[in-house]
Every structure is written in structure tokens, then in C-alpha cells.
Design a protein around this ligand. Structure first.
Ligand SMILES: CC(C)(COP(=O)(O)OP(=O)(O)OC[C@H]1O[C@@H](n2cnc3c(N)ncnc32)[C@H](O)[C@@H]1OP(=O)(O)O)[C@@H](O)C(=O)NCCC(=O)NCCS
Length: 237
């Protein structure tokens, strides 16, 4: 059995975005969703990578987002990351927003908005199949799994580099949000890929439902909408 990885976890900086984009792009390269959405990925790797970078940057421009990086203690290299988003207007959510609304974030937000606007006109991700992208967009609009939860942490992304998987890195990253959610008394929700399901179950997540929509053959009987509740959790309504 491989030894658990010796890692440190720290908050990600803007300067980490390109490293995170390559980690994310590599980890998702062979996933069913990538095959469905980005069938031309091997021809247009640069486009695919840039889309990953944009997604990570957009998320980091929100005062409700926290992004953590796992660093291999031996090499000092990033080997995984997680992005979490806090919903709600309860005191803990307000405190997070206040803490994170620094001048740096206020400067960053319009820059990211302008850059996004520019990219939406000038950048076309040629790895993507436009028909699949439309279908996916529609699904995201229709599938609202979380509206009944007034306050929660939502897992936007969990990624570990393929060469460092199955050595506890993903679990360590997830524990950061679970510990925080336990202190705040809120649930944690996510949409699990087939690869992630076993890990989430082991951490105490329960399946709420399999994905409503089936797209081609990229989904199998694994993956779906998962929820974790802190001990003694009482629902808001
Ligand atoms: C899903 C993902 C994040 C898991 O990361 P990971 O670092 O491999 O996670 P862990 O090592 O903590 O746990 C994975 C498995 O390794 C096992 N494991 C942990 N430490 C281990 C060790 N030292 N030796 C052997 N196995 C170990 C765990 O028991 C776990 O097994 P299980 O999946 O059967 O429960 C990673 O596979 C990934 O990035 N996949 C692609 C992107 C993706 O699908 N992300 C999830 C989106 S929801």
C-alpha cells in the first residue's frame, strides 16, 4: 500500500491559477464529461487549458469562494486543489465575505469581468462541441439541486494530479471544508463524478440522487448529487 503523501495545504493565490489549470485539465482529460463536452481536446489542448484557467479565475473573483492548494512537501510542487463556495447570509457567511472583500479583490473583480467579457467575444474554445455545450448549459439551468438549502458549503472542484491519487490528498483537501462546515453547523453539497463517489461516501456523504439527465454514455451508475450533514444538524425549515 502506498504511503500517504506528505503535503501541506494553503490558500491559493492568483499566481497559482495556471498551475491549478494544468492540474485540473490533466485530471479531467479522460473523464466522461470531457469526452462529451470537449471531443476535440487532443487537437486543441491550449483552448481546453485556457477554459480551465478562466473557470478557476472566475471562481476566485468571488468573496464567497475559498480555494486551497495541496503542496507536495518533498518537491514543493502543487499536486491538487479544491474550490469551495459558501452560500447563505448567516453570520459565518457574512464574516467570510467581509474578511475576503479586500481592496485586492475589489480591484480584481472588474478586471475579471472585463476579461471575461473580452474572452466571450474573442476566445472560442475549439475543443468543445457546440451542440454538446448547448445541451449541457440547458441541463445546468434546469437542474437546481441546492435551492432548498439556505446556507451551505458547495464543492465546486476537487482535483488531484493523476500521479498522486489514492494517497489521501483528496480526503485531506475535503476535510478542510468539512471541519469548517462542522464549526458553522452547515451542510456540504456537491455533484460527484464517478471517480469521486467512493471517496465522498467514505467521508460521510450520502447520495441524494443520481443525475437527472443522462447524456450519451458518459455517465454510468456512479456519480450524482451528494450531501454531508454535520453532527446534530437541524434543517432550516
Ligand atoms: C476524485 C479525486 C479528487 C480523489 O483524490 P485522491 O487524492 O485520489 O483521494 P484519496 O486518496 O483521499 O482517496 C481515494 C482512494 O484512495 C484510497 N487511499 C487513500 N490513501 C491511500 C493510501 N495511502 N494507499 C492506498 N489507497 C489510499 C482511499 O481509501 C480512497 O479509496 P476509495 O476511493 O475506494 O474510497 C481524484 O481521483 C481526481 O482528481 N479525479 C479526477 C477529478 C475528479 O473526478 N474530481 C472529483 C470531482 S467531483
Amino acid at each position: 500500500m502506498p504511503r500517504p503523501m506528505d503535503i501541506t495545504i494553503r490558500r491559493a493565490q492568483l499566481s497559482d491559477i495556471s498551475a491549478m489549470a494544468s492540474l485540473g485539465a490533466t485530471a479531467h482529460l479522460h473523464s466522461g464529461l470531457t469526452k462529451f463536452l470537449s471531443p476535440y481536446v487532443f487537437t486543441f489542448v491550449g483552448d481546453y487549458l485556457y477554459s480551465c484557467e478562466r473557470r478557476i479565475r472566475r471562481r476566485m473573483a468571488s468573496a464567497r469562494n475559498v480555494t486551497f492548494l495541496a503542496i507536495d512537501s518533498a518537491s514543493g510542487n502543487p499536486i491538487g486543489y479544491a474550490q469551495f463556495l459558501r452560500f447563505g447570509c448567516d453570520p459565518a457567511a457574512q464574516e467570510l465575505i467581509t474578511q475576503q472583500s479586500t481592496w485586492a479583490l475589489r480591484v480584481l473583480q472588474p478586471i475579471v469581468t472585463i476579461r471575461e467579457f473580452w474572452d466571450s467575444w474573442m476566445f472560442k474554445d475549439r475543443s468543445v462541441d457546440p451542440v454538446a455545450a448547448k445541451e449541457w448549459e440547458k441541463i445546468l439551468e434546469e437542474d437546481d439541486y441546492w435551492s432548498e438549502y439556505k446556507r451551505m458549503w458547495y464543492v465546486q472542484s476537487l482535483v488531484v494530479s493523476p500521479g498522486h491519487q489514492k494517497r489521501g490528498v483528496g480526503s485531506r483537501l475535503m476535510r478542510v471544508v468539512l471541519e469548517r462546515a462542522e464549526v458553522e453547523g452547515v451542510v456540504v453539497g456537491l455533484e460527484a463524478s464517478p471517480e469521486g463517489e467512493a471517496l465522498y461516501r467514505r467521508l460521510g456523504f450520502v447520495l441524494l440522487q443520481r443525475f437527472k439527465n443522462k447524456l450519451g454514455d458518459w455517465e454510468n451508475e456512479q456519480g450524482g448529487v451528494f450531501l454531508w450533514e454535520p453532527p446534530g444538524y437541524i434543517r432550516d425549515n
